[in-house]
Design a protein around this ligand. Structure first.
Ligand SMILES: N[C@@H](CCC(=O)N[C@@H](CS)C(=O)NCC(=O)O)C(=O)O
Length: 230
């Protein structure tokens, strides 16, 4: 039976921007696993009740239900061991550390660059909920979180180790993309999908890497609908 996963959609159902869902989409493409992505919106909590969870992605593979993107990556490595993305032991621990760096350091700064664009990309019915929950999380209005100039300068500093790594290899995980690439790419793709804001300088190795990532696995990301297409 084909894999299904619930995937956040925006004001246009084809706009898929969740950083966590992008991780899953990239890993499925990496492993050449076919799937169906079910569009889901923030307030459709009832649709996820079967998983006892209130966020996406939620992945269904036959009788198995897996929540949380990193757990899904791990599950896919165990169930489909060909071309592992996280690996085991030391490799897994390092990937987990990198996930924490992306989530705790990079993603909140990307949010500063695109906060209001993200709000505009979300379905109108979801906007009040999104504003309320995110303003509570940040302790300020979205208009005050949104500061692309400052966000870009913070991002530039934060990505220094990533930049150095990409001077040594085409992808974070070496000559081909793998878990670390998908973890960071998910967050950058999120911002890129909803916003026209520049994220990094055009001569930055991270920009070159991002363009390569758009092309990998038959350009699964490069062919995706973004705000540029609407
Ligand atoms: N730790 C979770 C986080 C998932 C998450 O936060 N997903 C967002 C979409 S990007 C969501 O579904 N939010 C629902 C909400 O805020 O109510 C994962 O890695 O999958």
């Amino acid at each position: 039976m084909a894999i299904t996963f619930y995937d956040l959609c925006g004001r246009d159902e084809r706009l898929r921007f969740s950083p966590y869902c992008w991780r899953v989409r990239m890993v499925l493409a990496h492993k050449d696993i076919s799937y169906a992505a079910v569009p889901w919106r923030f307030l459709e909590k009832d649709a996820l009740a079967f998983a006892n969870y209130d966020k996406v992605p939620v992945l269904i593979d036959g009788d198995t239900v897996v929540t949380d993107s990193f757990d899904i990556m791990r599950y896919l490595d165990m169930a489909y061991p060909d071309k592992p993305v996280l690996g085991e032991g030391v490799s897994y621990q390092r990937a987990h550390f990198f996930k924490l760096y992306v989530e705790r350091s990079v993603t909140p700064v990307l949010f500063r660059i695109v906060a209001l664009d993200l709000l505009a990309a979300i379905h109108p019915d979801d906007r009040a909920y999104f504003r309320e929950t995110r303003e509570a999380r940040f302790g300020m209005r979205l208009e005050d979180v949104h500061n692309p100039e400052q966000g870009r300068s913070q991002l530039k500093q934060l990505l220094a180790p990533v930049r150095d790594q990409l001077r040594a290899s085409a992808f974070l995980d070496g000559e081909a993309p793998s878990g670390a690439d998908y973890l960071l790419f998910g967050s950058m793709m999120w911002a890129y999908t909803v916003s026209l804001e520049r994220l990094v300088d055009t001569n930055d190795p991270v920009d070159e890497w991002f363009k390569r990532m758009l092309e990998v696995h038959n350009a699964v990301a490069g062919k995706a609908i973004t705000i540029r297409d609407l």
